[in-house]
Design a protein around this ligand. Structure first.
Ligand SMILES: [Zn+2]
Length: 280
């Protein structure tokens, strides 16, 4: 599933390629992806007609497009969603869910094989509830040295203390954008086992973990994200971070630091990977 670095990559590339072109028409081909109650493909087409995207931002794992008239399109890539920039003459891709045609022959194809993604259209000034529920962005200034210890160890964090740290990192209402890949990689770099109870981790370890989260996310953004299976950049090419993964998806392989066998454990229904020697 695309996480912060993958979504950030897509957002940056879209920003460079689709802003400020007039949208001649947009089509919704898979109505089940549009989560606005009572809206259909006709409403969707009318929403975009004649507009232009003036910005694309990332919030957690969401993409937020703003149109020149102030209304916004929210998109989530789910498991297999992609935004691919194409030319009007390119053949339509398989699994097309929505499509945006721009003046000048540019086209944006939104593809999603498994359709766990979502689209929402919002008029100017409207609140977007799913964004209000997101926690701190780990690449923002708010994610400072105190942020993670506060989330885990403060009185408000009481209920969180008994959870495994890996599970806690995946909670989007606490930290927005970290998923399975980067939780595993950050915990490895911080030397903390994914199974550790959050409340039993020291303040110093949590501060180290926060730094590891930021470092690994920044490195992955630089590499264009991690492609395990479906994730693609907007030119349909894979991200370059996979070869730099130290534990994620490497069960049974050797730790690149100590040579021990990387293990996998299931926590809260999700796979967590770790090195039994490097992580305590
Ligand atoms: Zn190791």
């Amino acid at each position: 599933m695309p996480e912060l670095p993958e979504v950030e990559t897509v957002v940056r590339e879209l920003r460079a390629q689709v802003l400020n072109y007039r949208i001649t028409h947009a089509e919704l081909l898979r109505a089940d992806l549009l989560k606005n109650l009572g809206c259909d493909a006709t409403d969707f087409a009318a929403f975009f007609a004649g507009g232009t995207f003036i910005s694309v931002e990332r919030q957690g794992k969401y993409l937020l497009f703003t149109l020149d008239h102030g209304s916004r399109l929210l998109a989530h890539l789910g498991m297999t969603g992609k935004f691919i920039v194409a030319g009007e003459k390119d053949p339509p891709p398989k699994w097309l869910c929505s499509q945006y045609h721009f003046k000048g022959g540019l086209r944006l194809d939104h593809v999603d094989v498994r359709r766990f993604g979502r689209l929402e259209i919002h008029p100017k000034g409207a609140d977007i509830p799913v964004l209000k529920r997101l926690g701190i962005d780990p690449l923002s200034k708010a994610f400072n040295a105190k942020a993670l210890p506060t989330l885990v160890l403060s009185r408000a964090g009481n209920k969180r203390r008994t959870r495994a740290i890996h599970t806690l990192l995946l909670d989007q209402s606490l930290i927005a954008g970290v998923g399975n890949i980067y939780a595993a990689e950050a915990l490895f770099r911080a030397g903390i086992r994914p199974t550790r109870q959050a409340g039993k981790i020291t303040k110093a370890e949590l501060e180290r973990l926060a730094k590891s989260i930021q470092t690994v996310l920044k490195e992955a953004v630089k590499a264009g994200g991690t492609t395990i299976s479906d994730y693609r950049r907007v030119d349909d090419k894979p991200g370059g971070f996979r070869i730099r993964l130290r534990v994620y998806s490497r069960e049974g392989e050797l730790c690149r630091i100590c040579g021990k066998t990387v293990k996998r454990v299931v926590l809260g229904g999700r796979s967590a990977y770790y090195c039994p020697l490097c992580q305590k």
